[in-house]
Design a protein around this ligand. Structure first.
Ligand code: HEC
Ligand code: HEC
Ligand code: HEC
Ligand code: HEC
Ligand code: HEC
Length: 580
């Protein structure tokens, strides 16, 4: 874009200089008219270049979003097939990768392929246990492509390593595309890493028939066999293809040995320290993070189509500085998932400054109309009153954190003034379902005066709290809250637990234990109408804790009745005889 502007200015300038020669000459005669026409023409030229520059900026943002695959997790952004041709197929990850490498890579993904442009593997901030679980899960993926047979185990031919080095760098010229120990050009992957990344058997299989594994636009040439319709036939160049491939595999593996030893030691320690981690946990993490947005893994059914917020309203929602900082370094906003309970995270793409700028501009397009008037200044007394309302009367802190109290379902409200535009805060308090229809944040009936007090409070409050990270995907079991259109699962299980036993992931942040709906003795004492009233009007109606939210403005009477019926199924009990 800068380039286009510079060209624009330069072109306008040189035109100006050219005209000057003969315009000076004409000036005396046709003075006023030419002067005006010249101006108009110069303005037109400049406009042309400016609009070209703007178009280019728009298409730059579009192509960046596509290459990175943002729209595969977010509505309101172009979705992308491109990224699916760049991210490797994980269906046979267990045959391909060394588990010790996966374990380390998932905690700290680094660039591997240099042939995929700006596409990259983002960082999900997995900790040791989460990566361990994912590693176990990926290592179970052992489905070889149809056209590959594990076949004869050719040993490497007895060649010295300097002979193989020569084959790699000269005869087959692998280093035309691959870099290896600093030698060659970096247009694919670094072959010195192949030894600790990739299993030796797989290396050999791959070298013999790379096309069978790819299904991407990768373009590793076939050196040994032509991939013909009916079986493979030997390529002319090499007579002892299998032996040569095996020796290359052996050579590359030896090259990675010392690094592999280090990775293996770390992996082993983790396995010993966390013996309770299973592949099943890894599968849940894989699905909860929507890895399938970019990767193929045959047989895996995605939980979601999109698992992040709709970004079409982003320009109305957030403050420019917040967005810029967020793109520079993401952090947890909704601690256990956009759909609470799903555990979904916004991964960090390690964007460079230029990319941050492009994306910030793109998402802030159209926020000119935002009303950024200063909020009504509240007196310290009014501030205190608002805080006490939140702590002692309203249900908001059942789901939100404020300072040292509150749940982990919605975003932390302690510093929401830094994140959100004022009008958005007001709207979110009064009409959350209109702004974010997918959200479980309920409409809560409030006097207009109270609503505006809350709004003004949140627009000014700034409490120094330690930022919340994402909750552990091991300590809390991520699930798909939207599965099967089950209302209890979507709205209640975050506190009451999927099985109704009162142990949802948010329960530990509640000052009162969310009631166990599977407790037949307790639920047997409640009439259906009592349950209905509690759900409709919230905990306060029943003289219970106010952190139990009221759902009457959000769910229909029919939906609330079906929730009562679901509670009856969970406790396998009926209300007291008098109430039936
Ligand atoms: C694997 C799925 C995934 C991908 C890919 C992804 N995101 Fe996200 N994104 C999320 C999730 C989940 C959240 C919600 C995180 C939270 O609330 O802490 C999120 C949050 C955001 C937010 C904050 C929205 C708000 O105001 O709360 C922005 C902005 C955003 N993503 C932009 C992007 C951009 C730009 C890209 C591409 C570079 C991208 N995302 C790629 C899943 C994804
Ligand atoms: C014309 C360029 C080119 C040449 C020459 C070439 N490669 Fe590749 N190679 C690639 C590309 C492109 C990929 C795909 C990377 C990807 O998965 O996206 C690749 C992939 C690989 C991989 C697996 C990638 C991985 O790490 O997952 C190995 C191993 C490999 N090449 C080894 C070799 C060897 C050994 C030679 C020489 C016999 C060779 N390559 C020659 C371009 C080339
Ligand atoms: C936004 C798209 C995107 C998402 C979401 C994504 N990946 Fe990736 N992943 C990539 C790309 C692109 C690469 C190739 C990066 C490279 O070669 O530098 C990659 C590479 C990988 C690799 C291979 C590394 C190697 O050495 O070949 C593994 C393993 C992996 N991803 C696992 C995961 C898992 C597990 C998840 C979900 C938690 C996930 N990815 C989510 C885009 C994505
Ligand atoms: C049942 C849980 C729940 C209750 C009760 C609840 N909220 Fe929320 N709230 C959420 C969730 C979830 C979101 C995130 C919506 C989204 O995905 O953008 C949210 C978002 C918000 C936001 C926007 C925050 C941001 O950073 O994007 C504000 C402000 C807010 N709530 C205020 C309130 C107030 C004030 C109350 C009480 C009157 C309240 N909430 C009650 C769950 C709840
Ligand atoms: C933010 C957490 C939270 C969410 C979300 C939540 N609850 Fe509760 N609920 C509680 C807490 C805490 C209590 C216990 C209050 C007490 O014992 O003082 C409670 C109590 C109740 C009670 C009263 C039980 C009794 O003792 O009579 C009912 C009924 C109930 N919840 C139903 C629901 C239903 C149905 C949903 C979903 C629509 C739901 N709750 C969502 C936290 C929550």
């Amino acid at each position: 874009m800068l380039f286009a502007i510079i060209i624009g200015i330069w072109a306008t300038r040189s035109m100006v200089q050219l005209d000057r020669l003969f315009i000076n000459f004409l000036e005396h005669f046709l003075n006023p008219l030419t002067c005006m026409m010249r101006r108009v023409r110069n303005i037109l030229i400049f406009c042309f270049f400016c609009s070209a520059a703007m178009l280019q900026a728009a298409s730059e943002a579009d192509s960046l979003l596509r290459e990175l695959g943002c729209g595969n997790c977010h509505n309101g952004v172009v979705s992308s097939e491109v990224v699916k041709t760049k991210a490797p197929n994980l269906s046979f990850a267990g045959v391909k990768y060394r588990p010790a490498y996966l374990f380390s890579y998932l905690q700290n993904p680094v660039r591997v392929r240099h042939n995929i442009g700006v596409a990259r593997m983002p960082d999900f901030a997995f900790d040791v246990r989460e990566s361990l679980a994912l590693t176990f899960f990926l290592s179970e993926q052992r489905k070889l492509p149809d056209r590959v047979s594990p076949g004869s185990k050719a040993g490497g031919a007895a060649r010295t390593s300097s002979e193989i080095h020569k084959i790699i760098t000269r005869e087959l010229q692998c280093t035309k595309c691959h870099i290896m120990a600093g030698e060659g050009s970096n247009r694919a992957t670094d072959l010195s890493t192949a030894g600790y990344r990739l299993r030796q058997d797989w290396l050999t299989l791959y070298l013999l028939n790379p096309a069978a594994f790819e299904g991407t636009d990768a373009g590793m040439p076939r050196f040994f066999f032509e991939d013909e319709e009916n079986g493979a036939s030997v390529h002319g160049i090499i007579s002892d293809a299998e032996e040569t491939a095996a020796s290359i595999g052996e050579y590359l593996s030896a090259m990675g040995e010392s690094k592999l030893r280090k990775l293996a030691a770390e992996f082993l320690t983790a396995k010993k320290n966390y013996a309770n981690i299973t592949a099943k946990m890894g599968e849940r993490i894989f699905l909860s993070q929507n890895c399938l947005a970019c990767h193929r893994l045959d047989g895996a059914e995605p939980w979601f189509n999109r698992n992040g917020p709709d970004l079409s309203l982003e320009s109305q929602r957030v403050r420019p500085q917040w967005l810029r900082d967020y793109f520079s370094e993401t952090h947890a906003v909704r601690p256990f998932g956009y759909f609470p309970g799903s555990g979904s995270r916004m991964p960090d793409f390690d964007l460079n400054e230029h990319e941050v700028e492009i994306l910030t501009k793109h998402f802030l397009k159209g926020n000119r109309g935002i009303d950024q008037r200063e909020p009504e200044r509240l007196s310290p007394y009014a501030m205190k009153k608002a805080e006490l309302l939140l702590r002692d009367k309203l249900s908001c802190l059942g789901c939100h954190r404020l300072d040292d109290v509150g749940g982990r379902i919605g975003p932390d409200l302690s510093r929401v003034s830094k994140r959100l535009n004022g009008p958005f805060i007001d709207m979110m308090i009064q009409h959350p379902r209109e702004l974010v229809p997918e959200s479980i944040m309920p409409e809560i009936a409030m006097q207009p005066k109270t609503a505006s007090l809350m709004g003004n409070f949140l627009k000014q409050v700034h409490m120094e709290t330690t930022p919340l990270g994402y909750l552990s995907l091991i300590d809390h079991r991520p699930f798909n809250p939207k599965a099967r259109g089950n209302l209890y699962r979507e709205y209640c299980s975050v506190c009451h637990g999927i099985d109704g036993s009162g142990n949802g992931y948010n329960a530990r942040y509640m000052p009162a234990v969310p009631v166990s709906h599977s407790d037949a003795t307790l639920m047997g004492q409640r009439a259906d109408d009592t349950l209905y009233d509690g759900i409709h009007g919230g905990g306060v109606i029943l003289g219970k804790h106010h952190f139990m939210p009221p759902w009457g403005e959000t769910l229909s009477p029919h939906e609330i009745r079906s929730l009562v019926a679901q509670i009856r199924q969970l406790c396998r009990c009926e209300g007291p005889a008098w109430s039936r």
